[in-house]
Ligand binder design. Structure first.
Ligand code: NAI
Length: 478
């Protein structure tokens, strides 16, 4: 059985959700129309590691329609939508949804299962190796890099006591595969490139590039304008509230919400919370983003200063230890604590688990109450969402289709770029050219009834651009 999902009987539901999503994903559907005949991804074997949602299912079937052979895992233990995963495996008998996609993902994986699933997508049962990675957060890329280093040096990575459980599990997996004789160097050599979805994964890529450790070229999809300025901002503006409501249903209006980080994601979160009537406090380390938040009308202070007031906390920094266990123990009664950044180390959940005065009471899946000094006069608690993992995908269904169509159209274009023109992408980290970024936006305008003004040739020459674009230089910030 070359797949592992929760329940194949959910496939019919998944298929219905996928067909509704297709209508909301005009960019992806246009990729199918434009490229189906050409089959630019024929011969591509894509190892995918990205939240296994309904929107991802439309992405996967688009890659398949363009000729790719894919294997898929989720990049988070809680983010899989089981119906979508089942639908990809089962298909519906049409050429658009042939089924048979090897998906290894279900909601509520253990960490060991998570890394096993990531490993599963990096090899085909007939011995074929992947030649492309589509990554979100960089876990599949990191597995290959660490395993190659271990194989080359003969030294297995070792986790220390201070390392998170994730690393212990990952290192054990690497040791096991090397013992089994998996040739990671061959896997890495066969990979033409990776296309990376998110801010945190992109940071990892640039770091590896700086340290001369990067093994294959990468396209930074996140920094397409039509990705980070849309998905990160407008996507979270929608899905943050969805996560809070499904998890707790506390009234947001009138409450004090604390948003840590005022980058693209933080901006979407703060706007959404204000839209619900919350008084929003922002914390920042970057003076430019702090000034932006202040001018957008938000109070900017430190987390320490906000503790006395905050009812709802959201971390959106991509940093670590942003909310400590001690700070949680000093929050208002039943404050809701959540993270929307990529990894779970923004909130010190491990620190909570180590405290002898803290006990966890599970309320429902992905909602826990952490009680401090239970049974004493000083008893108090906070509500923690998705164990500190990204709550918009753990407690809700992530961003809506229309915004993901922008992100995923960039993903498809990036896969086609690296796979079909490897000579134009020597080892390095690239963003897509501006004309493709503008194309992604263009493909989404008709659905919103947008009428675009056209430059006259005279105006265009006055601005020094072509009438059909690109309209901005690469360093324009939007
Ligand atoms: P960004 O780099 O634009 O913004 C992060 C902001 O946090 C920066 O302005 C930075 O100065 C600030 N910051 C860093 N450390 C801080 C600290 N200790 N305290 C307060 N502020 C701090 O990044 P972006 O694009 O907003 O992404 C944030 C995170 O969200 C990343 O991990 C990214 O991968 C993830 N992400 C999650 C999505 C989701 O659906 N859950 C969607 C898109 C991105």
């Amino acid at each position: 059985m070359d797949y592992r999902v929760a329940d194949l009987s959910l496939a019919e539901l998944g298929r219905k959700e996928i067909s509704l999503a297709e209508h909301e994903m005009p960019g992806l559907m246009e990729m199918r129309t434009r490229f189906a005949e050409q089959q630019p991804l024929a011969g591509a074997r894509i190892a995918g590691s990205i939240h296994m949602t309904v929107q991802t299912a439309v992405l996967v079937e688009t890659l398949v329609a363009l000729g790719a052979d894919v294997r898929w895992a989720s990049c988070n233990i809680f983010s899989t939508q089981d119906a979508a995963a089942a639908a990809l495996v089962v298909g519906d008998g049409t050429p658009e949804a042939p089924g048979g996609v090897p998906v290894f993902a279900w909601k509520g994986e253990t960490l060991t299962e998570y890394w096993d699933c990531t490993r599963e997508v990096l090899g085909w049962p007939d011995g074929e190796l992947p030649n492309m990675i589509l990554d979100d957060g960089g876990d599949a890329t990191m597995l290959v890099h660490l395993a190659v280093e271990a194989q080359k040096t003969g030294v297995l990575p070792e986790a220390t006591e201070d390392d998170p459980e994730e690393l212990h599990v990952l290192y054990a997996l690497i040791a096991k595969t090397i013992e089994q004789g998996v040739d990671w160097i061959a896997i890495s050599s066969s990979i033409r490139g990776v296309t990376e979805e998110t801010t945190t994964g992109v940071h990892r890529l640039y770091e590896m590039l700086r340290e001369h450790k990067l093994l294959f070229p990468a396209i930074n999809v996140n920094d397409s304008v039509t990705k980070s300025k849309f998905d990160n901002k407008y996507g979270t503006r929608h899905s943050l509230i969805d996560g809070l409501n499904r998890a707790t249903d506390v009234l947001i209006g009138g409450k004090v919400a604390v948003v840590c980080g005022y980058g693209d994601v933080g901006k979407g979160c703060a706007e959404a919370l204000r839209g619900q009537g919350a008084r929003v406090i922002v914390t920042e380390v970057d003076p430019i983003c702090a000034l932006q938040a202040a001018m957008d009308g938000f109070q900017v202070t430190t987390l320490e200063n906000a503790l006395a007031e905050g009812d709802i906390y959201v971390t959106a920094t991509g940093c670590k230890d942003v909310i400590t266990a001690d700070q949680m123990s000093r929050m208002k009664p039943q404050a809701v604590v959540s993270n929307i950044g990529h990894f779970d180390n923004e909130i010190d959940v491990a620190g909570l688990a180590r405290r002898v005065d803290a006990t966890k009471v599970n309320i429902k899946p992905q909602v826990d109450q952490w009680v401090f000094d239970a049974g004493t006069d000083d008893e108090r608690s906070v509500i923690l969402l998705s164990e500190g993992r990204l709550m918009n995908l753990g407690n809700a269904t992530g961003h809506p289709s229309f915004v993901m169509s922008n992100s995923f159209t960039n993903q498809v274009l990036a896969q086609v770029e690296i796979f079909t023109k490897p000579e134009e992408y020597p080892l390095g980290v690239y963003t897509l050219p501006k004309h493709l970024d503008e194309l992604v936006a263009r493909l989404h305008l008709p659905a919103l009834g947008v009428e675009l003004t056209e430059l006259t040739p005279n105006q265009a020459s006055y601005l020094g651009v072509q009438p059909e674009g690109p309209y901005k230089t690469d360093d324009y910030r939007y």
